[in-house]
Design a protein around this ligand. Structure first.
Ligand code: CAA
Length: 260
């Protein structure tokens, strides 16, 4: 597939995906969602790739939301389909991805943009970043998981206020709310985020995949997170990474994980 709306760069075991529609402040149209889905599927089976950073091109926006121009004349059925398809192809896929995905929020993360950042496993932000779910100003509600993930991340009362007022919060407030883990200057954001990602890639990727699954189990209906943790914990004992990690500890050397 030829990517027209996203860029991919690889650095050691990291893949950096940049959403690249700067004229529309990287708004997510259908094609971008499909390209992201295709690339993520490819990277999931790529043995070299151990972690992914998602960011936006330019200095102004991470992603300014779903592409408003694309759905402005939709009806109920088309609107529901937009949300269902988007959640399936991208937002749920990102949340449940077996490799770590970090969103480096480099500017506006609004509507679907904040929803994408929230679907990622965690977030870093530049000091100029501004985040919000302004859908009610368009006569809409968030449709890419925002009504679910925002309260999970910052609490129900804060999420209610942000969604009802449609107001943006700045990076420091997002840090205070726990919506992002770190705030740094924009010029340092990628380097800083890569450093965190590199630390992650030194660890067992099989164990990290199971940690993601266990943590996410707490947010899935009908699944008992403690049971999922027990299952995933047990499965770790069958991996080469477990043998390597424990042997390296006993032999007082650094573990060399193969991700198997
Ligand atoms: N969709 C389509 N185009 C967008 C866009 C979006 N979400 N956000 C920005 N753009 C376009 C603008 O239309 C403009 O294009 P033109 O130059 O062709 O007019 C260009 O990007 C630059 O934007 P602005 O001129 O508006 O830039 P600004 O600096 O004055 O304002 C902004 C920046 C505050 C982010 C403003 O662009 C804005 O409010 N954008 C919309 C944010 C929004 O409402 N997002 C939610 C979308 S709905 C959604 O996401 C639904 C869902 O949950 C599924």
């Amino acid at each position: 597939m030829n990517y027209e709306n996203i860029l991919i760069e690889k650095e050691k075991n990291l893949a950096i995906i940049t959403i690249n529609r700067p004229k529309s402040l990287n708004a997510l149209n259908k094609a971008t969602i499909e390209e992201l889905n295709h690339l993520l599927i490819t990277l999931e089976s790529d043995k070299e790739t151990k972690a992914i950073i998602l960011t936006g091109s330019g200095e102004k926006a991470f992603v300014a939301g779903a592409d408003i121009k694309e759905f402005s004349n939709f009806n109920t059925s088309e609107g529901s389909q937009l949300a269902a398809k988007g959640q399936e192809l991208l937002f749920d896929y990102v949340q449940n991805y077996s490799k770590p995905i970090i969103a480096a929020v480099n500017g506006f993360a609004l509507g679907g943009g904040l929803e994408l950042a929230m679907a990622a496993h965690f977030r870093t932000a530049s000091s100029n970043a501004r985040m919000g779910l302004p859908e009610v100003t368009l006569g809409l509600i968030p449709g890419y998981g925002g009504t679910q993930r925002l309260p999970q991340l910052i609490g129900k009362g804060r999420a209610m206020e942000m969604i009802m007022t449609a107001e943006m919060i700045n990076a420091d407030k997002a840090l205070d709310f726990g919506l992002v883990n770190h705030v740094v200057e924009q010029s340092e954001l990628l380097t800083f985020t890569k450093q965190i990602a590199q630390k992650i890639t030194n660890n067992s990727s099989t164990a990290i995949g199971k940690a993601i699954k266990s943590i996410n189990a707490n947010y899935r209906d009908g699944i008992n997170g403690f049971h999922e943790e027990i299952k995933c914990f047990g499965e770790c004992f069958d991996t080469e990474d477990f043998k390597e990690g424990t042997t390296a500890f006993i032999e007082k050397r650094k573990a060399e994980f193969k991700g198997t």
